[in-house]
Write a protein that binds this ligand. Structure first.
Ligand code: HDE
Length: 742
């Protein structure tokens, strides 16, 4: 019977069986997951008890037109399971996407840490990485202005190590006790649950305007880092200072970084808003397609190492999560590489049920007393108990370590392990003392014996109160374009506020970061002058605290470091067009030779080309050649691409010029400073704000990032386009782009 049935399976059935075809069982974790995979391929339908189902179309009734019967165990089981399909979404970081991969260290790091997975360059440590936005619900847009979570679970042979970081190196608050306040402020307002996945509302900025410690993070969130071009093109940071511990027990401080090999790139806010409409799954799709296409995303792990003796050597406190360690002061050593090479098989089972925890560490890594980190060490187990329904969430396949698990914890909801020992306590004789404690030499975890001698108090370190120096450093380190985008972002966010007083207090607060910044924001908001902030600046003060003790102070009148190149995306890697997407805008009569040549050149550079036309189906190009259309103009916008190429062909260009959506497509690409290329008649489609007479232009680079040529110049045009793609954007065009009504 099964054979007969399988013979009927069509080719299409097979293709949709991602479970069966999702190859790459390349590491221990993936092999361990194999036993849990279920595809249904070539199998008969059954109940959860294994009883074969004969009729999945009709419930059991008393007669053809009679009432359904309670007896129908098949109906009851199916509906009951359906009713319980949902679990609570994460209270923060609800919207996310994940992938499997591996990590490999470049050379043994025994000089820094005894962590085993950082010793053997020949070993691949399996990882599962989840990226997320913070504020939005599970179904919200990928392109919200927000921090991105960057959570990496290393399945090491010594147990799971979770590096639960973000794409920004600092955080809004210094102490975990303020986290619920921060999140309540940024989440949709309680009256009407608006706005979704957006910080541009009164409660967020009300809170922020009273919390000067958030100002450094605000600079990052208002920068384009908050709207990445791709999850594959963003940095990651451990944020807190951690410890490395070596095999002699010596400790040093460490900051973790992830550096993307494709560079750090973002979209513009105007694009972000439009992408949210055209494809709210933009980042999720981008990651999925890159991995399916074999363009595996990669990052280098970087570490900044600070010797214990230098703990107090800086203007800032290493325990303060609102501060970075500038790379100019402590360079980032690149110590290994992370590669994501396999998409999950099932979103719920893997991406939704994965449980990260900064407290999942292995020997060789330890915590510091950063008060934000300390609070997190409590929160993440607590949150899994409610989300995943009990204390056995570590037994869910995606969460299981590849290292063996043996202890005397027992029972609880959904327990999977069948513990066979009579002894579920220790010490015992009945089980020969097993499982027994591991000595340090056998990999037993020993906490770093940090010396602590101080009075119990609800206080913070003195240097924590320098809230503005690094916000200023960030601002000053940005390129003119980046600064302009921060100003625009603040004008947008504060412009959305209903309460004028909050807007004014915020502008006053910004003046402490940089007066020029505040003036520009004030001008955009129509404020005649920078408002004074009524003291105290900081309202995060205990009931009996003296406001003077909580006022922000700069540790030095002029920060020793004026600028840090690493903080600006303008200085990122710009040497590759790999995985970039180019739209070829075409209609009937298009120059097919140009399309072919461009496609080949882009493929050779690792970029992708898609034909976009006024309608779907197939175009009839020059020489009678058929050109399959990938997308109709109705379904995409140039915001979904990195560049646009308009080939020649009299009829094609005539049709496109008369099509408002095609014109908008090119205009928007111009406005968003994207690379543009055109050949032959196609040149007429390129917006012209230079006043030059392009009718007589012989081709070449028309403006930064815009390349044109005759029909015979395609090879040169393609080569120039690839270079422009690698540079990501032609920012010098931005001012002119404002003139484009798109
Ligand atoms: Fe989280 N955070 N967080 N967080 N966080 C969660 O845990 C929390 C913080 C981060 O892809 C929750 O499993 C507190 C900083 C990421 O599944 C929760 C505090 C950083 C993710 C939680 C912080 C992060 C979370 C919600 C202040 C960057 C997503 C669901 C003390 C270093 C992980 C969950 C994933 C998720 C609590 C602050 C990163 C509620 C209390 C700082 C990437 O436990």
């Amino acid at each position: 019977m099964a054979t007969k049935r399988s013979a009927k399976r069509t080719k299409r059935d097979k293709v949709t069986d991602h479970n069966v075809t999702n190859g790459n069982v390349t590491n221990d974790k993936l092999r361990a997951l194999e036993g849990f995979r279920e595809s249904g391929a070539d199998e008969m339908l059954t109940t959860n008890q294994g009883t074969r189902i004969n009729d999945n179309q009709n419930s059991l009734k008393a007669g053809a037109r009679g009432p359904s019967l309670l007896e129908d165990f098949i109906l009851r089981e199916k509906i009951t399971h359906f009713d319980h399909e949902r679990i609570p979404e994460r209270v923060v970081h609800a919207r996310g996407v994940a992938a499997h991969g591996y990590f490999r260290v470049y050379e043994p790091l025994s000089r820094l840490t005894k962590a085993k997975f950082l010793q053997d360059p020949g070993a691949k440590t399996p990882v599962f990485v989840r990226f997320s936005t913070v504020a939005g619900s599970r179904g919200s847009s990928d392109l919200a202005r927000d921090v991105r979570g960057f959570a990496v679970k290393f399945y090491t042979e010594e147990g799971n190590f979770d590096l639960v970081g973000n794409n920004m190196p600092v955080f809004f608050i210094q102490d975990a006790v303020k986290f619920p306040d921060l999140i309540h402020a940024v989440k949709p307002e309680p009256r009407h649950e608006m706005p979704q996945a957006a910080s541009a509302h009164d409660t967020f900025w009300d809170f922020i305007s009273l919390m000067p410690e958030s100002m450094h993070m605000i600079m990052w969130v208002m920068s384009d880092r908050a709207i990445p071009r791709s999850l594959r093109m963003m940095e990651g940071f451990g944020v807190h200072t951690f410890r490395f511990v070596d095999d002699r027990g010596a400790s040093r401080f460490v900051k973790f970084h992830w550096k993307p090999l494709l560079g750090v790139h973002s979209v513009l806010w105007d694009e972000a808003q439009k992408i949210s409409g055209k494809d709210p799954d933009f980042h999720r799709r981008d990651l999925w397609e890159a991995i399916e296409g074999g363009a595996y995303p990669e990052w280098e792990l970087g570490v900044q190492v600070i010797e214990e003796a230098d703990e107090h050597a800086f203007d800032f406190d290493l325990l303060d999560p609102t501060k970075i360690v500038p790379e100019e002061l402590v360079p980032v050593q690149r110590v290994g590489r992370l590669t994501l090479d396999r998409n999950p098989d099932n979103f719920f089972a893997e991406t939704e049920q994965v449980a990260f925890h900064p407290g999942h560490i292995v020997p060789g890594i330890d915590f510091t007393d950063d008060p934000l980190l300390q609070g997190r060490l409590f929160s993440y187990t607590d949150t899994q108990l409610i989300r995943l329904g009990g204390p056995n969430f570590h037994e869910i396949p995606i969460n299981r370590p590849v290292a063996p698990v043996h202890n005397n914890q027992r029972d609880g909801y959904m327990r999977q392990a069948i513990n066979t020992s009579r002894a579920s306590y220790e010490p015992n004789t009945i089980a020969g003392g097993c499982p027994f404690q591991a000595g340090a030499q056998m990999g037993g975890f020993v906490s770093y014996p940090e010396r602590i001698a101080d009075a119990k108090a609800r206080r913070r370190g003195e240097k924590f109160f320098d809230h503005f120096s690094q916000a200023t450093l960030f601002w000053k380190s940005q390129s003119a374009t980046e600064q302009d985008h921060i100003v625009q972002a603040l004008r947008f966010e504060l412009g959305k506020l209903e309460t004028a007083a909050i807007r004014e207090r915020m502008v006053g607060m910004l003046a402490n970061v940089d007066r020029g910044l505040a003036e520009q924001v004030a001008a955009g908001l129509g404020l005649p002058a920078i408002p004074n902030v009524e003291p105290p600046l900081n309202r995060s003060i205990p009931a009996d605290g003296n406001p003077k003790d909580f006022e922000p102070r700069r540790s030095k009148p002029t920060p020793a470091l004026e600028r840090s190149a690493a903080l600006s995306m303008a200085n990122t890697v710009k040497d590759t067009a790999k995985t970039r997407k180019v739209a070829i805008l075409a209609a009937d009569g298009v120059d097919t030779a140009a399309i072919d040549a461009m496609k080949k050149a882009l493929a050779a550079a690792g970029a992708m080309a898609k034909v976009v036309a006024p309608r779907g189906g197939t175009l009839s190009g020059t020489r009678g050649i058929k050109v399959p259309v990938d997308f109709s103009l109705l379904t995409v916008g140039s915001v979904l691409f990195d560049a646009v190429f308009v080939p020649g062909g009299t009829e094609s260009v005539k049709a496109l010029t008369a099509d408002a959506m095609a014109v908008l497509f090119v205009n928007e690409a111009y406005k968003h400073c994207k690379a543009l290329a055109a050949t032959g008649e196609g040149i007429a489609m390129v917006p012209n704000h230079t006043g030059a007479d392009r009718g007589r232009a012989k081709g070449g680079t028309l403006e930064e990032g815009i390349v044109a040529g005759g029909d015979g110049d395609i090879a040169r045009v393609a080569a120039e386009l690839v270079k422009a793609l690698a540079r990501h954007r032609a920012w010098s065009r931005e001012a002119k782009g404002q003139l484009v009504p798109a």
